[in-house]
Design a protein around this ligand. Sequence first.
Ligand SMILES: Cc1cc2nc3c(=O)[nH]c(=O)nc-3n(C[C@H](O)[C@H](O)[C@H](O)COP(=O)(O)OP(=O)(O)OC[C@H]3O[C@@H](n4cnc5c(N)ncnc54)[C@H](O)[C@@H]3O)c2cc1C
Ligand code: SF4
Length: 338
Amino acid sequence: MDALPEFRVLSPKTLDDVVAARAAHPDSKPLGGGTDLVVNIRRGIVAPPVLIDMNRVQELHAIKADERGLQIGSSVRLSEVAEHADVVKLYPVVAQAAAHIAGPTHRNMGTVGGNLCLDTRCIFYNQSEWWRDANNHCLKTTGTICHVAPKSRGVCFATFSGDLAPALLTLGAEVDIAGPQSRRTIPLNKLYIGFARQDVPITETQGDGKFYLSLRPGEIVTAVRAKNTPGLRSGYDKIRIRRSIEYPVAGVAVALKREGAKLADLRIAFTGTNPRPVLLDGTQALCGGPLDERVFKGLDALVRDQIMPMKTTFTPGHYRRRVAGVLARRLLTRLFES
Ligand SMILES: Cc1cc2nc3c(=O)[nH]c(=O)nc-3n(C[C@H](O)[C@H](O)[C@H](O)COP(=O)(O)OP(=O)(O)OC[C@H]3O[C@@H](n4cnc5c(N)ncnc54)[C@H](O)[C@@H]3O)c2cc1C
Ligand code: SF4
């Protein structure tokens, strides 16, 4: 086990003080539960000199779920989300996704903000310093090539693996952001920019596994919100290697509406596959008829087109893509027939 390097922890009590502290310490990192960040510090992957503890700011702990909508502050614990009676009842996809994250102790510490802003993962990155050093590091840290795709021309394919984001994407969620320049609200989908394309330069809207969030310097996520859609049935499922405590091989969130025998609305989002959570494009074209082979074949084609088969985890990329497709089919069928 590597020793933790020196760092300072600041604990502001208001949001304005958090923003001021971030501005005063440009190399700082926001600290939620630390269940990912501290692991990465210990491994020498990141070395922020200052951590800004977000947990003392009261307004970031609010959680509200009713017939009109869902609002969750960024410092709300994952266990609170998983067990909140109104979230369980009205937004089951969100409660189920939270309940699938890591193990009980992580969920008691881990926060919604930390989960939404979770670092991307790769077998060549989530390793000790000496292991990475022995492999000459890689693009995501200080190296010059990508070991997953040596011809990637500067692009990193590290995978986004947070479970909450796909669930919230199926609800059309938005995130509130605070920073030194302004406060703003953007669609959650626009927070994630890990498109990993080799034909376009990295910008604020087109990133990869290294530049995966559209947050500007000093910005933090303060809350996530979604409107209620009456009649929506939703759920979350994932496959992981260790069932009790593990990142997803693939995770899927499905939200649908059924009108009589017809599929009237369909939203499907994945995690654990691409450098961003993927809200599948094209699912509306599958609606309007019964849940039949036409829908399943269409779904398979969308998964084939949009889910990446890069080998960034222990499982082969193609296997992950197949798992994603099978999980989506199963969950879609279960929700439609429920
Ligand atoms: C063994 C193990 C298994 C795990 N399994 C899963 C899993 O199955 N699914 C899963 O999703 N995760 C998993 N995790 C990762 C982690 O526990 C969770 O994702 C957790 O929700 C992270 O939240 P946190 O508050 O601890 O984040 P932190 O570690 O505090 O922060 C994570 C990142 O987000 C940034 N950050 C934190 N808060 C904010 C904010 N408000 N605004 C902007 N940036 C912010 C931090 O600077 C850091 O870069 C696992 C971790 C371990 C150790
Ligand atoms: S995908 Fe490539 S560059 Fe990115 S973390 Fe993995 S090995 Fe490194």
